[in-house]
Design a protein around this ligand. Sequence first.
Ligand SMILES: Cc1ncc(COP(=O)(O)O)c(C=O)c1O
Length: 376
Amino acid sequence: MGLPIYRTAAFAFDSAEEYEEVLAGRAPGFTYSRIDNPTAATFAGGVAWLEGAGAPGEVVGEAFASGMAAISAVMMGHLSAGDHVLCASEVYGGTWSLLSGVLSRFGVATTFADLSDPAGARAGLTDRTRLVWAETLANPSLSVADLSGLAGVAHAAGALLAVDSTFASPVICRPLEHGADLVVHSATKYLGGHSDVTGGVVVGRPDLLAPVRHMRVELGGSLAPDEAFLLHRGLATLPLRMARHSASAQALAEAMLAHPAVTAVHYPGLPGHRDHQRAMALFDSGRCGGVLSVDIAGDRAAGRAFCDRLRIGRNATSLAGTHTKVSHVASTTHRQLDDAALRAAGIGPATVRVSVGLEDVEDLIADCRQALDSLR
Ligand SMILES: Cc1ncc(COP(=O)(O)O)c(C=O)c1O
């Protein structure tokens, strides 16, 4: 039942001929773990199976050492100098800096734009647009991407739609079913689920994955076998964890909204969220995942005090995982943005992102209430 860990860099063959055949790809097998490793391949296959539930057998996966290794392989695999990327402005900071600070040096131009409706997205296209990039659930606004609308815009322009679905996981939403061409995860988050492993994965049709695989092998950001074992084990409990994360986040969002020290709660499971209807149409069983953000009344100090006074939630980077984590957004995940840029991104001085863990939800609500009460 347990997945074997092939903790080896190299594989031996009975003959030089067999070695040559496998290395040339004419016979199945493994030669070297940067190229392929059975444990890593099994994890990638598991995610492909989950994401490709609507098209069994037609979706394959490649496993990476981190989410950023996965994202960079998609971009390096599918873009060349002179190409243009249309990227949602609400995007993970690492993706933003890869596009604006690294790929720009290699002649790839990017427009960051509000992609919440297809008309706005269409306006950002150029005749060199090859890739449209969005996140299923964006950070920290928890905006929900219009996946089929974006797929229509991208395909009409001859571009691919790649979706970072880290916050949603395939349990909640499978972007390939809505027209996306490639799906990327920071497996470090919900797929692993325990904050004890770093990894990434890309899934899609074999012809679209081939350039991504090529970049994995050439750039060398392949997933190690021990990490693959942990990530694969995480998949077994993913549905249970996502159900619990989502139910607890929904209850916590509702409880926080009712507190006078809170001015807004951003969670698509709340009827007042801008993308509530879209989330209900797109996400399985109306589940919206375990991340929400909350605007605390007051200034930066109030947001930080809320974080510090929690007894269960911990000031910590990353998200997902069994334990509740909080980040004062303006001074942590979005610290590079000045006040004007923060306002433009809808981030207040006291906005706090909460990654709701698997603790008892009544304990979590009581913990947030006591921290909020202490601010008044
Ligand atoms: C949405 C999203 N994508 C990608 C990444 C990068 O993943 P990793 O840290 O595994 O490289 C993160 C990390 O926080 C993320 O939140």
